[in-house]
Design a protein around this ligand. Structure first.
Ligand SMILES: Nc1ncnc2c1ncn2[C@@H]1O[C@H](COP(=O)(O)OP(=O)(O)OP(=O)(O)O)[C@@H](O)[C@H]1O
Ligand SMILES: [Mg+2]
Length: 364
């Protein structure tokens, strides 16, 4: 699949833009703070209905304006069009192929996108929440039922926690909340276990490729409640764990266990790279995870996602750049850079280069 054209009005620092893309390689070049990442953000917004940089939609509206609009034309076994309008006041309206949509799940199966940006280093370095977000974001792209289960789980968790803060907590009422949590939690744990297992397998191969076989990446699901493969078994494990922690939950007035406390472990040659990895090792692991995600979408959905590479190439040494570039043929690429390296200009002689200056784009 690929994106043909994007039209922006009052989006971030773009007053108006109308850009045709190459179905192969698009390179945005410009100084800092000119609007390169903003373009990637608008593509991501069209694919998922939200930004990868902010959870506050209104931040995307151009300063001093009330409403921004993004219209994206794409090709995915036929042409498609996604229109999104966002207001400063919280207004949001989206249409996919002329039909008004309202839920995140409505965006599935239209544009598939994988983004890799310096922010993704946080998946490796930061607290477990970043790794859970990584799993959730990718799984939601692959499975509507996961998206719905996750939404329901979070809702019930909030309600259960609110109940635990009430003055008098009745054990039996609390158990009803637990049952609901177990219903959705079971599915989440099973899906996460499956997903991390597949990502582990693919990312290990990719990582071996990037490091020319020098280093071995091992990715492992570290669930807060023991994970099983079978739903009945999982339900039993979670139910027992919830019951065992009931008194603790009441004492601490919050839900103390569950997938909201899951993590993934990342080991290179047996060493936890979150704590002990070098910058380069952490970056390589993050890249391997992202490329694994791309492979997973390809094999599960039988579509080739578009790949957004934000400021990534310049951060890699030339050898790793070459590996990355060589593994990306047949994928529509959107690359941002402050200047075009020799590796890039050699690898993509017919890439479409667009220069970005202060919210304006020029074809070079
Ligand atoms: N809502 C907004 N309205 C107007 N301008 C905005 C808005 N949000 C961000 N900007 C501006 O957009 C510019 C940043 O754009 P962007 O993040 O795309 O830069 P960039 O070209 O990727 O830079 P870098 O190379 O530093 O990553 C800044 O000048 C910022 O002030
Ligand atoms: Mg940027």
């Amino acid at each position: 699949m690929y994106i043909k054209n994007i039209k922006l009005s009052n989006f971030r620092n773009y007053e108006k833009a109308d850009i045709d893309f190459s179905d192969k390689v698009n390179i945005f070049v410009g100084k800092n703070a000119q609007g390169k990442t903003n373009i990637l953000e608008s593509i991501y917004l069209s694919a998922s209905g939200s930004s990868f940089r902010t959870s506050k939609d209104r931040e995307m509206v151009r300063f001093g304006d009330d409403l921004c609009r993004v219209v994206t034309e794409y090709e995915n076994e036929g042409s498609g069009k996604i229109e999104i309008s966002i207001g400063k006041d919280g207004y949001k309206k989206a249409k996919i192929n002329g039909k008004t949509v309202s839920k995140a799940s409505d965006f599935m199966d239209n544009i598939y996108v994988v983004v890799f940006s310096p922010e993704d280093l946080k998946i490796v370095k930061d607290e477990p929440e970043k790794r859970r977000n990584f799993i959730d974001r990718e799984l939601c792209q692959l499975s509507v039922s996961y998206l719905v289960d996750l939404y329901n789980y979070k809702k019930v968790l909030l309600q259960r926690n609110a109940y635990l803060k009430e003055e008098r907590v009745d054990e039996n009422i609390l158990r009803i909340w637990s049952d609901n949590l177990i219903k959705y939690g079971t599915k989440i744990i099973i899906e996460r276990k499956k997903f991390v297992g597949r990502i582990a397998e693919i990312s290990r191969k990719i990582h071996a490729g990037i490091t020319a076989g020098d280093e071995d990446l091992f990715v492992r699901y570290a669930p807060n409640i023991k994970a099983a493969d079978d739903p009945t078994e999982q339900r039993k494990i979670m139910a027992e764990a919830m019951e065992k922690n009931l008194a603790e939950d009441m004492k601490l007035r919050t839900t103390t266990i569950g997938p909201q406390r899951d993590d993934i472990e990342l080991l290179v040659d047996g060493i936890n790279i979150r704590k002990f990895g070098s910058q380069g090792q952490q970056r390589t692991a993050a890249l391997a995870l992202k490329l694994a995600e791309l492979e997973l979408i390809k094999s599960e959905k039988e579509v080739t996602p578009v790949l957004l590479l934000d400021d990534v190439l310049s951060e890699l040494d030339p050898e790793r750049q070459r590996y990355l570039i060589s593994s990306l043929s047949g994928i529509q690429l959107f690359i941002t850079a402050t200047e075009i390296s020799e590796e890039v200009s050699t690898a993509f002689p017919d890439g479409k280069v667009l220069s970005v200056e202060n919210g304006k784009m020029l074809k070079l």
